[in-house]
Ligand binder design. Structure first.
Ligand code: DGY
Length: 323
């Protein structure tokens, strides 16, 4: 009888989710829900694994692929897959899968919440109440910036962008977008308008970044770009930290080039509590929770398992990125 395939999962997932995998494979998991698997253990497991179920915090690179001689599939628990060297995987005919679509609405909800939290100063307001600093009702006390009837500029108009646009239209916002290619159907369906990157940056009251991290988008938001934004505008990043040059963002926030930032993602995650961004009142920072609802995360885990099962059974996976 042929040996069972070996699947390694880099974070502790609920047993109920991995039951199906256990019916045909040997499955091991890193024993922590919170902490990433140490690199040496990951490499050691990769040497033996037919499949890896990975998190966006795991670096799946050439070094790993070179020793992972049995590896057939990497299923990443995220829509983004910039943590994986897909070119190296493809050279070795290793299938890489992600979790698109099922997280679209959850991530759009979070993106729009972050926009509201930032514009309306909601974190400062919560802190004031909790810390007993609410003295009286006063006219400009914690007065923020309106969201309704303002201009939202979405950079990266994929499914999540469209879902955010729908939410924004419900708030009577004007929606501009910038994307590698124009989306005429989306324009017609939603009434959003294409803008060049420069026009979008200059005209938007809220600039929302949703683009994947690629060599083209890395460092896209520089000092010069922040300078071109309105001084009253907010920068919201739910994509990946390195899309903006972090030092330039800090400078723009400190110098008043922009009014504030709402950030779910950072250059280095987790961000350290003494990081300069977290010393600024005009920054709302979240711990990369774009897709973090119980329903969606469970569905993402199930999709990863389905993809692994399909590849190991020589079937077509649902959401490959390199096939
Ligand atoms: C993703 O899936 O890439 C998101 O960043 C998770 O929140």
């Amino acid at each position: 009888m042929a040996a069972k395939p070996y699947i390694y999962i880099t974070r502790k997932l609920p047993e109920s989710v991995i039951d199906t995998l256990k019916s045909f494979a040997d499955v091991e998991m890193w024993d922590s829900e919170e902490n990433p698997v140490p690199r040496d253990i990951l490499l050691n497991e990769a040497k033996k694994a037919d499949a890896l179920l990975t998190m966006l915090s795991d670096k799946i690179d050439k070094e790993l692929f070179d020793i992972a001689t049995n590896l057939k599939v990497v299923a990443n628990l995220a829509v983004g897959f910039d943590n994986i060297d897909v070119e190296e995987a493809t050279k070795r005919r290793i299938v890489v899968c992600n979790t698109p679509d099922i997280l679209t609405d959850t991530t759009a909800d979070l993106a729009f919440s972050l926009l509201l939290m930032t514009g309306r100063r909601l974190v400062e307001a919560v802190d004031v109440v909790r810390e007993g600093k609410w003295k009286s009702w006063s006219s400009y006390f914690l007065a923020g910036t309106d969201v309704h009837h303002k201009t939202l500029g979405i950079v990266g108009m994929g499914n999540i962008g469209e879902a955010v646009a729908k939410r924004a239209l419900g708030f009577d916002m004007r929606v501009l977008y910038h994307n590698r290619s124009r989306k005429l159907e989306t324009e017609e369906k939603l009434g959003v308008k294409y803008a060049t990157f420069d026009e979008l940056v200059k005209q938007s009251d809220y600039v929302l970044v949703l683009t994947p991290l690629t060599p083209e988008t890395k460092g896209m938001f520089t000092k010069e770009v922040f300078k071109r934004m309105k001084k009253s505008a907010f920068f919201i990043n739910v994509a990946r930290g390195p899309v903006a040059v972090e030092a330039d963002l800090i400078e723009a926030l400190k110098e008043g080039e922009i009014a504030g930032a709402g950030l779910d993602v950072f250059d280095k995650e987790p961000i350290s509590p003494d990081h300069p961004l977290l010393q600024l009142n005009n920054v709302v920072a979240l711990p990369h929770i774009g897709s973090a609802s119980v329903e969606t995360r469970t569905a993402m885990m199930e999709l990863c398992c389905d993809n692994i099962e399909a590849v190991l059974k020589n079937e077509v996976p649902k959401t490959p990125v390199n096939r």
